[in-house]
Design a protein around this ligand. Structure first.
Ligand code: G4P
Length: 289
């Protein structure tokens, strides 16, 4: 969803988005919030709590194929202690998505019981998808919709704002996701969003960004750097991140005329390769406590 990435979030735009989302929320029983499993904190915007209030929600830790599986399990357990049901999924391949409907049903278990008491057995459950740009909302919707979109569009009273598709018997999803703006104020959040490519590179210095990423990887996943960039014999610990970047450029033969190391090319390589999970499955934000 390229256009979503280039949206500039101005206060007026945020207010409009919030209002639209509040309108859509009235139409659904539960919210499916998608986050990036590699950065489960930075890819959420706490404003959503205010917007959805007490509406039941489930959390999809998407891109789990690129995240550290141990960390993803820890996050899921952590959310569970907070009473929030979460699942790790890969919306690109569809892995884990068979858990979506059962998990929504579990989150709505009391509501479903009360509907049944009132004689509404098998009442259709409606959900909407929300998340910041690039987190995988369209991928989820496209994967769940398959060929079912046309059947539901033809219903009377269906407008552009409330088109549904049926993803299984008695279960419908709003076909337009709620696009949340990322929470930029915190420096670390902004950096993590930039590492994963959720915000565009034009706004930041790539060498600086790659050095910041290397700094984090050096502590949490040193082997990932050593293996990918053939630095097994080098102790990363005493090195500054810029020295590691230079070493990466050197090992890759990224030289400019005059023999100087092209650290900008090295930075682009590190960022691209991290984003493509070529450094392995990495989670940059751990559960604390
Ligand atoms: P959005 O609607 O929330 O903005 O996100 P969208 O679905 O457009 O996904 C953004 C990018 O993330 C896409 O890649 C998509 O393929 C990728 N993606 C979504 N879910 C997953 C996942 O679970 N695992 C992995 N590895 N990638 C995922 P793209 O490069 O922009 O497009 P394309 O290469 O797929 O065409």
């Amino acid at each position: 969803m390229k256009e979503a990435q280039s949206i500039q979030w101005f206060p007026g735009h945020m207010t409009k988005t919030k209002r639209q989302m509040e309108k859509s929320l009235k139409l659904v029983d539960a919210v499916v919030e998608i986050v990036d499993a590699r950065i489960p904190v930075s890819s959420r915007n706490p404003i959503l709590d205010q917007i959805i209030q007490r509406k039941p929600r489930i959390l999809l830790l998407n891109k789990a194929d690129m995240a550290d599986p141990t960390q993803t399990s820890r996050w899921i357990a952590h959310y569970e202690t907070k009473g929030l049901l979460a699942i790790g999924v890969d919306c690109r391949s569809g892995k884990g998505l068979n858990q979506l409907i059962p998990t929504v049903r579990l989150a709505l278990k009391d509501k479903i019981a009360s509907w049944e008491q009132k004689g509404m057995v098998g009442r259709t459950i409606r959900v909407m998808v929300v998340g910041i740009p690039n987190v995988g909302k369209s991928s989820l919707i496209n994967r769940m919709a398959k060929g079912s979109r046309a059947d539901v569009e033809d219903r009377p009273g269906v407008t552009r704002d409330n088109r549904w598709f049926s993803i299984s018997k008695g279960f419908e999803m709003l076909d337009t996701p709620g696009v949340l703006w990322p929470k930029f104020e915190d420096k670390l959040v902004g950096e993590h969003l930039a590492f994963t490519g959720a915000v565009r590179d034009q706004v930041v210095d790539l060498e600086w960004l790659a050095c910041r990423l290397i700094e984090e990887l050096k502590t949490a996943y040193p082997k990932a750097i050593q293996e990918r960039y053939k630095m097994q014999d080098i102790d990363l610990e005493p090195l500054q991140s810029y020295e590691i970047l230079e070493q990466i450029g050197k090992n890759r033969g990224m030289l400019m005329s005059g023999g100087q190391i092209n650290t900008e090319r090295a930075a682009i390589a590190v960022l691209d390769e991290f984003r493509a999970a070529k450094l392995g499955r990495i989670t940059l934000e751990q559960v604390r406590g």
